[in-house]
Ligand binder design. Structure first.
Ligand code: GRG
Length: 301
């Protein structure tokens, strides 16, 4: 089964908003219904469906479009995009909890533990994670070996050498001054794994060769590092504005705190330039991922 995408001539933002709508619709189908008083289902839905940028699903789907040169997104791509967004949502729920970043707001709304309690937040997060693995294991149109590889990639991205380790570094070392390389190492662990997993999923579905895969991973890592710096820059801006989400990262040792916003912006530019070179080396320097980079460069940050 495939889903129609807009004509390739339509502009990039139209493509992005169509893909976002398709991801949201499919997420809504995957998530459990939330009958009155089913707090776990409600927490899973709220944590996932609340307005987010959907950058990880977009990364997967745009990579797939570039690799397959196709105007259709296969159902498998859309389902894996949902699995990534569920893992991301699960990680944000945990990240916001009092034992971690202790955030009050997320995506402009009270955090999940504030809405449903800490017990439900932990359980909802674990349930999202297990649902994501279930989706990856039973991806439509893939054989058992591909299913195994998808699960392994997701496990590596989330586990003790991926997001979990990145979060641990951030919690234990993020409160004290540290050199640039140590901050970059944390960012590489906590933000890049789901970015690289997105392109690996797409590459696996498109049966991409090892050299292209290597450049795609390089691209995703550079984009992830730029994205984390942009997140830190926007946190810096939002702490000056009452009512915005953040303020939660105040006092953290980020690149912005260490070097100042101008130098951080310079680092963003450098990461994006390296990301672009990886796309050129992968032979897709003129596709949707390149447009995604242009979109990032045009952002006011
Ligand atoms: C494996 C479920 C699980 C958890 C592992 C809590 C944790 C351990 C990891 C959290 C890591 C973390 C918070 C990374 C931050 C990444 C980041 C830049 C988040 C903001 O992402 P956006 O901007 O958010 O994509 P939206 O709201 O747009 O989706």
């Amino acid at each position: 089964m495939a889903i129609a995408l807009p004509d390739t001539q339509l502009d990039f933002e139209q493509t992005v908003s169509t893909l976002r709508a398709q991801v949201d619709e499919r997420l809504d189908q995957w998530l459990p219904l939330a009958p009155v008083q089913d707090a776990i289902a409600s927490a899973m839905r709220e944590g996932t469906l609340a307005h987010g940028k959907r950058i990880r699903p977009l990364l997967l789907l745009l990579t797939l479009k570039d690799l397959q040169r196709d105007t259709m997104v296969p159902r498998a791509g859309l389902d894996l995009a949902c699995a990534l967004e569920m893992v991301h949502a699960a990680s944000l729920i945990l990240d916001d909890m009092p034992c971690m970043d202790n955030a009050e707001l997320r995506r402009g709304r009270p955090t999940i533990h504030r809405q449903f309690g800490e017990d439900v937040a932990v359980l909802g997060s674990v349930a999202l994670l297990s649902q994501a693995f279930s989706i990856a294991a039973s991806t439509a149109g893939t054989d058992a070996s591909t299913g195994n590889q998808l699960v392994r990639l997701l496990s590596q991205a989330t586990g003790a050498q991926g997001l979990v380790r990145g979060q641990f570094h951030d919690l234990r070392e993020g409160q004290r001054a540290r050199p640039l390389e140590a901050i970059a190492h944390t960012n590489r662990l906590k933000t890049c794994p789901l970015f690289t997993c997105a392109v690996e999923f797409a590459a696996l579905l498109a049966d991409t060769d090892a050299s292209r895969m290597r450049h795609l991973k390089g691209f995703a890592t550079e984009l992830g590092l730029a994205f984390q710096l942009l997140d830190d820059l926007s946190d810096g801006l939002s702490t000056q504005q009452i009512g915005k989400d953040s303020g939660k990262d105040v006092g953290k040792s980020t690149v912005v705190a260490l070097l100042g916003p101008d130098a951080a912006r310079q680092h963003v530019e450098e990461h994006l330039a390296r990301a672009e070179q990886h796309l050129i080396d992968a032979g897709i320097g003129d596709g949707h991922l390149a447009q995604l980079l242009e979109y990032f460069c045009a952002r006011p940050y």
